[in-house]
Ligand binder design. Structure first.
Ligand code: ARG
Length: 580
């Protein structure tokens, strides 16, 4: 596909420049697709002279534009390349229209869900071992919008890495240790109910936690018994541990259900509790290397370059117990041993940026080279996400709200179809809306959330993507396209088809860009444009009432557009709907 064209261009360019034949694939790597232009037809590929000179043959011209002109002057059109031009220091190429059409459509039909993911662009990326740690809520505490962001962003990164051939381990690092369990342990008998716990575990644990917390503020006795319970827990008291385990288990079961609704899942539910002992071992190692310093600020590790404690991290409480960062140190070391990963990605809000910088630095000081393979992906705050119950406390509330608002919109819309399970469809559309809204900008930016804006059916929303997908799908009911590879190309020569095909040609480059800096917005923008192009084509191209050959070719075209749209949506974590 696109690579076939790139190779043809690269061969000629290499020949004209007198480059050895081995450099052909490097030249091909330098060739890029051209973004589709709304008003006029763009060329398909371009080759920037700057990318060519990097480490390559020394340019004889200082001026890139002149160099491009010179090169273009020596190149000739052939059976594949139908036009050669220049623009802003690059040589541009147009491919024979019918070849382009045939090639792109055949490639999508052949590759299906792998389309654009197995091209030469990714040859060096695949087969790496990647850990993505995301979501990581705190049991019995509030699941704030930050946890929702972490869940969908981490899920996207894991999907992306997996799609291009990495082995991915998805870890949920639960906040499953700490004073909240002391409070629950001390107060569950007075404030908790077994029935409520079974019926609604997350809500009930949180309610009890809040009640005991309030009571403990007034009543010192409760505070003391919470501390006492935590001590028993830390000391491994079987009774205390079994209650803790019960709370943890039912919370995970409940979370798993909600993650499923969100289209996310995990290979491992680990948690801070797992590392309380291991962090003692790590502390011992540090101690033996002379890296632990007892100061009036507690037991610290010096992180300063100068060795003067101008920057440090506290790693042990005065009673010898571990801290958040100590448990993270132990978890990182454990994962290094257990998984021998090539990269580990942590997804949390940006307030923890400093925490992860310190963590990676400590790992380095400990002599762990894998520290260089760790990366923190920070994201910004969401303002204004409210549900009927008010501020977001439970993930479930957000999903319920998205679903019920979407159901209402669907009921009010005249174009809505009779659906088997409207509530399920509404949920999938609602979640698409949440994801697209969240992924539109730079992850690290804060944004204001607005339900009405996110749920608009036109404009750049997840609802629009779902709507377009369903519309393309419904076309397929018109006539079942024969799965033959030959189709009447003459019915696919309209500018709207060419523009869409050019856009489809870019898919792998967009995925590559997402991988480079782990930002979903390139894919979101890409899919929204694909949706707009598809809708223009849908309005322009007749299927019904045209000859059977023309209908067949056009249906094949639409089917392939739907395929790429659906693939991209799934990478984002959206379940495409076929009817709405
Ligand atoms: N449970 C933490 C919180 O809610 C997030 C954990 C992030 N991961 C980590 N390895 N520290 O703030």
């Amino acid at each position: 596909m696109a690579w076939h064209f790139r190779r043809v261009i690269a061969e000629q360019v290499s020949r004209v420049l007198g480059l050895p034949s081995e450099s052909c694939s490097r030249v091909a790597q330098c060739i890029q697709t051209v973004p589709v232009h709304r008003k006029h037809e763009s060329p398909d590929f371009q080759l920037f002279m700057t990318s060519l000179s990097e480490g390559g043959p020394n340019g004889t011209f200082s001026n890139q534009e002149e160099r491009a002109e010179q090169l273009a002057g020596k190149l000739v059109c052939d059976s594949v390349i139908s036009d050669i031009g220049t623009t802003r220091g690059s040589v541009t190429f147009k491919i024979n229209r019918d070849l382009l059409t045939r090639n792109v459509l055949q490639q999508i039909s052949k590759d299906g869900s792998l389309y654009g993911l197995n091209t030469e662009l990714f040859s060096e990326l695949s087969r790496r071992k990647t850990i993505v740690e995301y979501s990581s809520p705190n049991i019995a505490k509030k699941f704030h919008v930050g946890h929702l962001r972490s869940t969908i962003i981490g899920n996207f990164i894991a999907n992306l890495k997996q799609a291009v051939g990495n082995e991915v381990v998805r870890i949920n690092y639960l906040g499953d240790w700490g004073l909240q369990f002391g409070l629950l342990g001390a107060g569950f008998s007075s404030f908790g109910s077994k029935e409520k716990l079974l019926a609604n575990p997350l809500q009930h644990l949180f309610e009890v936690y809040v009640k005991v917390n309030t009571a403990a503020e007034k009543d010192n006795g409760i505070k003391l018994s919470a501390q006492e319970f935590l001590r028993r827990l830390e000391g491994g008291d079987p009774h205390a541990l079994s209650l803790w385990m019960h709370f943890r288990d039912i919370s995970i079961q409940e979370y798993a259900k909600i993650y499923k609704r969100l289209g996310a899942h995990f290979d491992d539910y680990s948690g801070e509790s797992f590392y309380k002992e291991k962090s003692q071992e790590v502390l011992k190692q540090l101690e033996s290397k002379g890296l632990l310093l007892k100061t009036d600020k507690g037991t610290v590790i010096d992180l300063s370059e100068e060795g003067n404690l101008s920057s440090y991290s506290t790693v042990m409480r005065s009673d010898g117990t571990s801290l958040y960062i100590t448990r993270d140190m132990a978890a990182a070391v454990d994962r290094m041993e257990r998984y021998n990963f090539d990269e580990m990605i942590y997804v949390t809000d940006k307030s923890q940026k400093n925490h992860f910088q310190q963590l990676f630095k400590i790992l380095k000081i400990m002599g762990k080279d894998q520290a260089d393979r760790c990366q923190h992906v920070p994201f910004g705050l969401v303002q204004g996400m409210k549900t009927r119950r008010g501020e977001v406390v439970f993930l479930e509330d957000v999903l319920d709200e998205a679903r019920s608002r979407m159901l209402q919109n669907m009921a009010a819309s005249e174009t809505s179809k009779q659906l088997d399970d409207p509530s399920d469809t509404a949920e999938k559309i609602g979640i698409a809306a949440l994801i697209v809204q969240d992924f539109k900008g730079q992850l690290v930016s804060d944004y204001h959330f607005d339900w009405d804006q996110a749920l608009q059916s036109t404009g750049d929303t997840g609802v629009f993507l779902q709507y377009t997908h369903a519309r393309l799908h419904s076309l397929q009911a018109l006539r079942c396209p024969r799965d033959t590879e030959d189709f009447e190309i003459a019915s696919l020569r309209e500018p709207c088809v060419i523009a869409t095909l050019q856009h489809l040609l870019r898919y792998d480059e967009v995925i590559y860009k997402c991988l480079e800096d782990l930002q979903p917005r390139y894919l979101v923008t890409y899919l929204l444009s694909l949706g707009h192009l598809a809708n223009v084509a849908h309005r322009t191209l007749q299927v019904k009432g045209s000859s059977s050959e023309a209908a067949h070719a056009r249906l094949l075209f639409f089917k392939n557009v739907q395929m790429v749209l659906g693939n991209g949506m799934k990478l984002l974590g959206i379940t495409p709907v076929n009817n709405m």
